[in-house]
Design a binder for this molecule. Structure first.
Ligand code: PLP
Length: 393
């Protein structure tokens, strides 16, 4: 008999009943150190007092009115995003995949309104992940994502990662946009080198193509800058955001330059929930905290410390790990043994990590993890690595 929850996930048998900062409490009382943050979502940890206050204050006043009316909280969050980023304008969604939908629609509408309706092709890169909607799975181009769900939405072309020649060869008169994650998350914490992002921007400028960045996972402070592309010193035309921006509340956004958004006039797109007063009250509080330069400096310091610990972990367990990669507090341990075994051993050692493609164990702790907690993370990962070595020996 089919379970009452549609069985599309292989779930670990853990029932968390309470969260506080970087800690999750299981029903049986065990306390787990959370280095996954619900997949890079709980950017400020669990039950963050400032977020709880923002949520509960707003919950007692007004949750939802729809976008038929002006929403001061939404306006405030949009203003904050415009003030702190490349963007001139923002649309709020409820998830990353919805942000992907709009990014794709916006790019196509741009070319349609420019009188070049054939520029519908969007170039993407192997290993990318943009969500699970029809546009997002088509963008991924992977068999695993689209198999059985055809007909697949057309107009995407997936290129090998890091293949310069393939990229140049793919650019014809139908290409309207390039879509890429500055740091691939699900694909296994693969960083696009700064010079490659610079090169992509230059190529887009030269050919008059839109650059769309997916910062759903790597954005909102995760890499130690507010947005990951800032490291390369270039700006996208359109950017997808979600995950961290809501701190646990389902919230996403598409940020765009005025020029890129010019086709999106009244009636061209919508969302019933997107940008509601409750979500934006939380999102504004997250943004106020994370966009503070001192906070971001703290993320970089903590990231350096965690990375150093992980290098030590790799050195101590050469049979388990091959190396560390990633940026800021978006780090991956490349494994020699199956990554899922390491993640499971972590559960026994009461530490939460997240597997990713390419045999990676991902570490995406809350951005405000303390130095003591980083030390504790090392101890627990060390115990997990020792246990997994013993089992496999
Ligand atoms: C998680 C993720 C998405 C999809 O977000 P959902 O909220 O699950 O729809 C899209 N892009 C990237 C880079 C992601 O990490």
């Amino acid at each position: 008999m089919i379970p009452s929850v549609l069985p599309t996930y292989n779930r670990a048998p853990l029932h968390f009943v309470k969260g506080e900062g970087c800690w999750l409490t299981e029903e049986d009382g065990r306390r787990f150190l959370d280095l996954g943050s619900g997949i890079a979502v709980n950017a400020l940890g669990h039950a963050n007092p400032e977020l709880v206050k923002a949520l509960t204050d707003q919950a007692g006043k007004l949750w939802h009115v729809s976008n038929l009316y002006e929403i001061p909280n939404q306006q405030a969050l949009a203003d904050k995003l415009v003030e702190t980023s490349f963007a001139d304008t923002v649309f709020f969604t409820n998830s990353g995949t919805e942000s992907c939908e709009l990014a794709v629609k916006m790019a196509r509408k741009y070319w349609y309104e420019k009188g070049q309706p054939d520029k519908t092709t969007i170039l993407t890169f192997e290993g990318c992940f943009h969500g699970r909607s029809s546009a997002a799975i088509a963008a991924s181009g992977s068999e695993k994502m689209v198999k059985g769900f055809g007909p697949v939405l057309g107009g995407f072309k997936t290129l090998p990662w890091g293949d310069h020649d393939a990229l140049h060869a793919a650019i014809d008169e139908t290409v309207g946009a390039i879509l890429i994650e500055p740091v691939q998350g699900e694909g296994g914490i693969r960083t696009l080198p700064d010079q490659c992002l610079k090169g992509l921007r230059a190529l887009c400028d030269e050919k008059g193509i839109l650059l769309i960045l997916d910062e759903v996972q790597c954005g909102v402070g995760r890499t130690g800058r507010l947005f990951a592309h800032e490291w390369a010193g270039v700006e996208p035309d359109i950017m997808m955001v979600a995950k961290g921006i809501g701190g646990g509340f389902p919230l996403g956004a598409v940020l765009a330059k005025e020029e890129a958004a010019f086709g999106m006039t009244a009636g061209t797109h919508g969302s019933t929930y997107g940008g509601n007063p409750l979500g934006c009250a939380v999102g504004k509080t997250v943004m106020d905290i994370v966009s503070d330069p001192e906070f971001l400096e703290g993320v970089r310091v903590r990231a350096g410390l965690l990375r150093q610990k992980l290098e030590g972990l790799v050195a101590a367990h050469p049979d388990v790990f091959e190396g560390v990669r990633g940026n800021g507090l978006m780090l991956g341990l490349k494994c020699k043994l199956p990554n899922v075994d390491v993640v499971k051993a972590g559960y026994d050692a009461e530490v939460i990590t997240v597997p990713a493609a390419d045999n990676i164990v991902r570490l995406l702790p809350p951005l405000n993890i303390s130095e003591d907690e980083i030390g504790e993370a090392f101890k627990r990962l060390d115990a997990a690595a020792s246990a997994v070595t013993t089992v496999s020996a």
